[in-house]
Design a protein around this ligand. Structure first.
Ligand SMILES: [Zn+2]
Ligand SMILES: [Zn+2]
Length: 185
């Protein structure tokens, strides 16, 4: 069966993208996958925005040329941006490193305690597995863009405006601080 966008028939399904509840009647995106446990197919359900961010390819297939989905142009743009920058769908939020023990997947250096890092997940075996972090300052090299704050905020809605402002600063290190970082290596 093809991927689908349809109203949720119950309020029981959880979104694979954010683990949040999908309300009954809310439009949801269903990605069809071969059944991991037997014959036939299974459907992975997502909020529309979560599907556009994290599963852009099947999401766009499901969307087709639909024009009656609320926010369709924004959703389409988010998914297309994720196809153009293939690592963007890995974004699962951002935070200040609670310890100094994690390594950045981009530069392989330790991420200093309390500095901003972007959290990554990889889609494996029908679910998203936590897959490490990159320095906010390495985001441009890793993702090919720093236009990621909308995604970060979507998957980490508890971040405040002040947090997001700090994050923007960390994503865009000034030339001066970047030179200093390079000299420190
Ligand atoms: Zn979701
Ligand atoms: Zn790094």
């Amino acid at each position: 069966m093809p991927h689908v966008i349809e109203p949720a028939t119950s309020g029981r399904a959880k979104c694979r993208g954010c683990d949040g509840k999908i309300e009954k009647g809310e439009l949801r995106f269903g990605e069809r996958q071969p059944n991991a446990f037997g014959e036939g197919e299974m459907t992975l359900w997502f909020h529309l925005q979560c599907g556009a961010y994290k599963r852009p390819e099947p999401f766009l297939e499901a969307l087709g040329d639909a024009s009656d989905v609320p926010g369709v142009e924004t959703l389409r743009a988010a998914a297309e941006f994720g196809l153009a920058h293939r690592r963007l769908p890995r974004i699962n939020g951002a935070d200040r490193a609670p310890t100094g023990r994690a390594r950045c997947r981009r530069c392989l250096e330790l991420i200093e305690k309390d500095s901003w890092r972007v959290a990554l997940v990889f889609f494996e075996e029908y679910r998203f597995q936590p897959s490490g972090f990159v320095h906010a300052g390495c985001a441009r090299d890793y993702f090919g863009t720093v236009d990621i704050v909308d995604r970060v905020r979507h998957f980490k809605p508890k971040l405040t405006c002040a947090d997001l402002k700090e994050l923007r600063g960390a994503l865009n290190p000034t030339a001066g601080s970047r030179d200093r970082d390079l000299r420190a290596l």
